[in-house]
Design a protein around this ligand. Structure first.
Ligand SMILES: Nc1ncnc2c1ncn2[C@@H]1O[C@H](COP(=O)(O)OP(=O)(O)OP(=O)(O)O)[C@@H](O)[C@H]1O
Ligand SMILES: [Mg+2]
Length: 240
């Protein structure tokens, strides 16, 4: 990024309700054995700083497909995804990967923690990938894990943690790089009601404390009702 662009970036970051993500006319098809499935048919969506969005919709409607595109993990067939005014799919692959690591956080239904790493190492991973010195990354991970209520589980491996605890580690990992948006695909899809409620409270608390936006795909009506924006996917489009 040039100095001018970096400065522009910082100036915009000062505006609390800045436009973070702008999705325009995004479509996506999957070609399977000669048959083409049109899953996204012109999705338009804007996400601003601090937004709490839920996305609901029937199974197979394309929620995860859209989340992968928002997360820059998959490319649209047509349309544009801009973050901070920049068309991210026009970036070279290495820059796109750096952008993703620096600006986006991910939480999935199955936490995808690395089984051989401890809670603090898992949470610190995005910083280590961004070449933050190990000691500093681990310090930050411990502080964040303490904040999500896992101060007494720092050295446990995922297999030694409960499902809710594993998801807390995943949330700490998603937040550690101070991302602009956390993308969560059914983060409590796998948890009992009481544990889900705790995770929901944690998401609200982190949104309030850090100002980070959340986009959350959920089948859970109690979680959807807590969000400030409720989006519905139908027929390949997103409705507010
Ligand atoms: N890589 C792929 N190749 C072919 N088809 C795919 C691929 N990924 C998704 N699909 C198809 O696209 C459709 C949307 O899938 P997606 O996973 O986005 O749905 P979803 O809304 O997340 O559903 P759920 O609520 O069950 O998670 C499905 O019909 C699925 O079979
Ligand atoms: Mg899905």
């Amino acid at each position: 990024m040039t100095e001018d662009r970096a400065q522009d970036h910082r100036r915009r970051a000062a505006d609390e309700r800045q436009l973070i993500c702008d999705v325009q006319g995004v479509s996506k098809r999957f070609d399977m054995r000669g048959k083409s499935l049109e899953i996204l048919r012109g999705v338009d969506l804007q996400i601003r700083a601090g937004d709490l969005c839920s996305i609901v919709g029937q199974s197979g409607v394309g929620k995860s497909t859209l989340m992968h595109i928002l997360g820059t993990l998959d490319r649209p067939a047509s349309g544009k995804v801009s973050y901070f005014g920049e068309d991210v799919f026009a970036l070279p692959e290495a820059e796109l990967a750096a952008f993703r690591n620096r600006r986006l956080g991910f939480v999935f239904q199955f936490h995808h923690l690395l089984p051989e790493l401890t809670a603090e190492e898992n949470a610190a991973l995005p910083l280590m990938i961004a070449r933050t010195p190990r000691a500093r990354a681990l310090d930050r991970a411990r502080a964040l894990l303490t904040e999500v209520g896992l101060g007494a589980r720092l050295h446990h491996r995922p297999g030694e943690l409960s499902g809710g605890e594993q998801q807390r580690v995943a949330i700490a990992r998603a937040l550690i790089g101070e991302p602009s948006i956390v993308l969560a695909d059914e983060p409590t899809g796998n948890l009992d009601v009481a544990t889900s409620d705790e995770i929901h409270e944690l998401i609200l608390k982190m949104n309030e404390r850090l100002g980070v936006s959340f986009v959350i795909v959920t089948h859970n009506p109690s979680l959807a009702s807590m969000m400030t924006r409720r989006l519905v996917m139908r027929d390949g489009k997103v409705y507010e």
